[in-house]
Ligand binder design. Structure first.
Ligand code: ACO
Length: 378
């Protein structure tokens, strides 16, 4: 009987449901949010518009966008008690702090147990608005500084940089951060969205689903790659050393971070948007070397493209954040902040047509062993 069972390890190639949130074609390198090309959205849209699109299913008109944006801006503050919790756990990794603080916020959200689509969207808006406040409060507390209060004159991306550094970002930096949030906002049933949906499928709640998503995103095989890519670039140090560095890793059976993807077997369509930005920012900051090092890494990796191992979204992101002066432990939090609308959209889909996500494991351990009392065991 067990010989007839086909195990799909890692759920590779398994469709678990239908979704209207995003479309991915991994062989064509195509990504659509709610039907719209990521290329148009990355170049022409705003994070606020994308969050609306993902949560409500269609692009907003002007009034809808204004109302949505002001709702986001009004929802940024977090309770003083949550700031205290952040102080208590300040020495943990920023993703652990974000996970803990989002969990704590559930205690202050009077809609926590309401799983209606409307309440879930309202909670998703609040969490989207509050995540940068958590991340930046922690970053500053860790450095012995006071958190900076949100500035309602700034949009989501500019306000994040403002709360992090205590001064308003340049227009270019704010726009880059916004583009980054846009391209990270949603991406099918990746591991963290799956984790969020599993939590939702038990009729738990959005806060629990987002906590699951954050915990799952943290791993280097998923969202942690941008940090690892920059660590690699720093270790390489200069362009001339990139080739031997990459070859050493590959010869030793290792992996180059920022390359490869479970779904994309051609270039991740999000990657190019950050590639050009990374180059422009490096030139503008008088630090072109990170782009050059990464370009060299990409060049050495070119033969691997025929095996479907191409640059992914995280490959250029790390250098871009580094050039903005963002500490590397925060890189993955940026991904998480951008992704909350996507997780929320998928949780509303799960709630709207729920089925418990509960696959099977094929047991291959021993059977029917006699129980030996503790005193009789050797
Ligand atoms: N460098 C070198 N070789 C690689 C890489 C890489 N980055 N990625 C995959 N491979 C090779 C594997 O060694 C394996 O080779 P083999 O068949 O000779 O054993 C083959 O490609 C298939 O690898 P799998 O791990 O089976 O492929 P999977 O689809 O499960 O992996 C993953 C996807 C985990 C993202 C992988 O490519 C990886 O570890 N990449 C580096 C980490 C990274 O950049 N993660 C970010 C992903 S994007 C995101 O989450 C936003």
């Amino acid at each position: 009987m067990t010989s007839e069972i086909e195990i799909k390890r890692g759920l590779q190639g398994v469709y678990i449901d239908r979704s209207k949130s995003s479309f991915i074609d991994g062989t064509e390198g195509k990504l659509l949010y709610r039907g719209y090309s990521i290329h148009d959205l990355a170049e022409k849209s705003s994070f606020e518009e994308i969050a609306y699109l993902l949560l409500y299913g269609e692009l907003p008109n002007k009034t809808q966008l204004e109302d949505f944006d002001s709702n986001l801006r009004d929802s940024r503050s977090i309770p003083a008690e949550v700031i205290e919790i952040i102080r208590v756990v300040k020495d943990s990794h920023p993703m652990d702090v974000l996970r803990t603080a989002v969990s704590a916020l559930s205690a202050y959200d009077n809609e926590v147990a309401d799983n209606s689509v409307e309440a879930t969207i309202r909670k998703g808006i609040r969490l989207t608005a509050q995540a940068p406040t958590i991340v930046t409060a922690h970053a500053r507390i860790k450095e012995g500084k006071d958190p900076v209060s949100p500035n309602s004159n700034l949009n989501q991306a500019a306000n994040f940089l403002y709360m992090l550094f205590g001064e308003e970002p340049t227009e270019q930096e704010a726009r880059l951060m916004e583009k980054d949030f846009v391209i990270h906002a949603e991406h099918g049933i990746n591991a963290s969205a799956f984790a969020a949906r599993v939590a939702a499928s038990t009729n738990s709640d959005l806060h629990s689903a987002v906590v699951s998503g954050i915990g799952t995103l943290k791993g280097p095989a998923h969202g942690g790659a941008a940090e690892e890519v920059m660590a690699m670039a720093l270790e390489i140090g200069e362009e001339e050393k990139a080739e031997s560095y990459v070859r050493n890793i590959l010869d030793g059976g290792g992996r180059i971070m920022g390359f490869g993807h479970r779904v994309y077997k051609v270039e991740d369509p999000r990657a190019r948007h950050l590639q050009t930005e990374c180059q422009a920012l490096g030139d503008q900051k008088g630090q072109p070397k990170w782009f050059r090092i990464l370009s060299k890494v990409a060049e050495v990796m070119e033969p691997y493209q025929s095996r479907g191992i191409c640059p992914n979204v995280d490959f250029w992101a790390g250098a871009m954040y580094h050039l903005m002066g963002i500490p590397k432990e925060l890189f993955i939090c940026i991904f998480a902040m951008g992704r909350i609308p996507g997780w929320t959209a998928q949780v509303t889909e799960q709630f709207s047509n729920n089925i418990l996500l509960r696959p099977l494991l094929l047991y291959d351990g021993p059977m029917d062993l006699p129980y030996v009392p503790l005193d009789d065991r050797k």
